[in-house]
Design a protein around this ligand. Structure first.
Ligand code: BV8
Ligand code: ZN
Length: 272
């Protein structure tokens, strides 16, 4: 780990004396679980970047292609497990709970590895790969089907252009209640986040005394705006990233390296 700004001991003193600690994570926190980030290598599928497929336009033009992309990400999740970064965040949350102090974990990821690691006070800004929503009756339900329907078995290979096959409407998943088409229950580009989810994340950022940003390129809004909000609220800002994308000007701590290597030792109280 390279300390580009501040000191580990100083960060840990802040960790010990903060009554309210909030964390924002992005794809980088799941990288060591073997899940490709969006903008790093492996962030592409076929000739598409996620931004092109995670949109309402792509969905209305070709729901089969969009489901093939999300089914591919479900297959990719396969046996992936939380890594030491996820586990360190779940552990420090329990320490804060024991001390009756506030801990909030805000994630941009849809892989649910924070949930699997045991994180409790978790705000999922962009939804979940493992939930579906009916486009007709808006019912949200958990769904861990891989493939999402039998028609998607064996699809999703990274080679080729366009969908593997011309998926028919009947091939796509449908709502058990009303028969409407089911979509991934995730926030696409150009879609609003759930206002209550966003408001709770903004409140946690504004009230935080310490705000840690892990594994995000901080280019997607409104998630990235939470960092500025925390700074406005007077929080000390710490960043853990493989290569720190943002200028350090308003950052108090900058630790460069892999989250799975840094967080287990960083998220310790000084006298431990
Ligand atoms: C909204 C769910 C407004 C889906 C995601 C033009 C047209 C349309 C919209 C816009 C536009 N310009 C701006 C916008 C707004 C847009 C936006 O911000 N676009 C960006 C690209 C410029 N935002 C939106 O559209 C949002 N909605 O604005 O609505 C509106 C207003 C009124 C009315 C209607 C609408 C919705 C955004 C949510 C999009 N959905 N995900 C899915 O996952 O399939 S975003 C998706 O991409 C992720 O969730 C995540 O948020 C983002 C990826 O970012 P990161 O997580 O940071 O990942 P990335 O790969 O970029 O970076 C990884 C980092 O980790 C790197 O820094 C790397 O160095 C580091 N790293 C790697 N390995 C490690 C590591 N660090 C530590 N350890 C390691 N081992
Ligand atoms: Zn329905």
């Amino acid at each position: 780990m390279r300390v580009l700004r501040g000191e580990v001991s100083e960060f840990q003193r802040w960790l010990q004396k903060s009554e309210r600690f909030a964390v924002l994570t992005g794809a980088g926190v799941s990288a060591e679980s073997g899940i490709p980030t969006f903008r790093g290598p492996g962030g592409l599928w076929r000739q598409y970047s996620a931004v092109e497929l995670a949109t309402p336009q792509a969905w209305s033009e070709n729901p089969g292609l969009v489901w093939e992309f999300y089914n591919y990400r479900r297959v990719l999740m396969g046996e992936k497990r939380p890594n030491p970064a996820h586990l360190a965040l779940a552990k420090i949350e329990k320490e804060f709970q024991k001390l009756g102090k506030a801990f909030t974990l805000i994630t941009q990821n849809i892989d649910d590895l924070h949930l699997e690691a045991g994180s409790q006070n978790l705000i999922r800004l962009h939804g979940s790969l493992w939930e579906v929503r009916c486009v007709r009756c808006a019912k949200v339900s958990p769904n861990r089907e891989v493939p999402i329907t039998p028609a998607f078995a064996g699809t999703g290979g990274v080679e080729g252009n366009g969908p593997s096959k011309a998926f028919r409407e009947a091939d796509l998943p449908h709502c058990s209640e009303c028969g409407g088409l089911l979509r991934p229950h995730v926030v696409w580009f150009g879609e609003m986040l759930d206002p209550e989810v966003l408001a709770s994340a903004q409140k946690a950022a504004l009230e935080a005394e310490l705000f840690l940003v892990v594994g995000t390129s901080a280019v997607v809004y409104p998630a990235a705006g939470l960092v500025e909000l925390a700074a406005q609220g007077g929080a000390k800002i710490a960043v853990v990233n493989l290569d720190v994308p943002v200028s350090h000007r308003f950052l108090d701590f900058v630790f460069e390296g892999a989250a799975g290597e840094i967080l287990p030792s960083l998220l310790q109280f000084p006298d431990s």
